[in-house]
Design a protein around this ligand. Structure first.
Ligand code: 13P
Length: 254
């Protein structure tokens, strides 16, 4: 089986002006040393307005940067949008795509997600594709079907090589910001199903190479149990990523 390098990502959402970005990143740089990071990747996704200052403060550190979204066109008359070449220029190695908050509040569809995935790939930025079911869908026993549809939708048009290098984050919507984490067993069940969907789109070795993150009320207290699951390769952390101590502990999971 392919060894998958664990990845812990902090999604700051719409939090932090530049001064707060500087303070939080400075604290993280102190608590996450080269020794902590030698066998894992740690990625921070601040708001667009903090990316430039974040690049400056992270220069020479192993912490990497992600954007929280992008537009699929490289440039053009798209007022308010940010393109993949612009993110590349700012030093982003990753980009979150299809977060449930964007699907819910900005009308993002699987088709938009697929176009964004293609744009990121074309510009050498690794997509972190977010999928997740609502509480209603879970209660109707539709979780695996919803997730399979989102994964297939996001990857339409991508070949095996492209799929092997991207990241999928499973974030059950009922667990986001609610303090109610999926149990490790619930998360593992969906992660295994995502890997099976990836295998059906490509082949087993490709599916085994893809990193699958869990997101939804990840904290210092639950990270170790989540990471102990066979198909959980990392975490996408919201609220707890805004506290240096909590996020550093999550990144140093056992
Ligand atoms: P919380 O960790 O605050 O639940 O947020 C999860 C999330 O949406 C990360 O993208």
């Amino acid at each position: 089986m392919a060894a998958r390098r664990p990845l812990i990502a902090g999604n700051w959402k719409m939090h932090g002006r530049r001064a707060e970005t500087l303070a939080l990143l400075a604290a993280l740089k102190e608590s996450l040393t080269v020794e902590h990071l030698h066998n894992r990747e740690v990625v921070i996704a601040p708001p667009f307005t903090s990316l430039e200052i974040a690049t400056q403060i992270l220069a020479g550190s192993s912490l990497q940067l992600a954007a929280q979204d992008l537009h699929w066109e490289p440039s053009g008359a798209y007022t308010g949008e940010i393109s993949a070449p612009m993110l590349k220029d700012l030093g982003c190695s990753y980009v979150l795509i299809g977060h449930s908050e964007r699907r819910q509040y900005c009308g993002e569809t699987d088709e938009h997600v697929a176009r964004k995935v293609a744009a990121a790939r074309k510009n050498g930025i690794t997509p972190i594709i977010c999928v997740g079911e609502t509480l209603e869908e879970r209660e109707k026993d539709a979780t695996l079907e919803v997730i399979a549809r989102q994964v297939r939708g996001a990857l339409s048009g991508q070949d095996k090589t492209a799929i092997a290098s991207l990241v999928v984050a499973y974030e059950p919507i009922w667990a986001i910001g609610t303090g109610r984490t999926a149990t490790p067993a619930q998360a593992q069940e969906v992660h295994a199903a995502i890997r099976a969907t990836l295998a059906s789109l490509t082949n087993q070795p490709t599916a085994e190479a893809v990193r699958l993150l869990y997101g939804g009320s990840v904290k210092a207290e639950n990270i170790d149990n989540l990471m102990a699951q066979a198909d959980i390769d990392g975490a996408l952390v919201g609220g707890a990523s805004l506290q240096a101590d909590a996020f550093a502990r999550i990144a140093r999971f056992q």
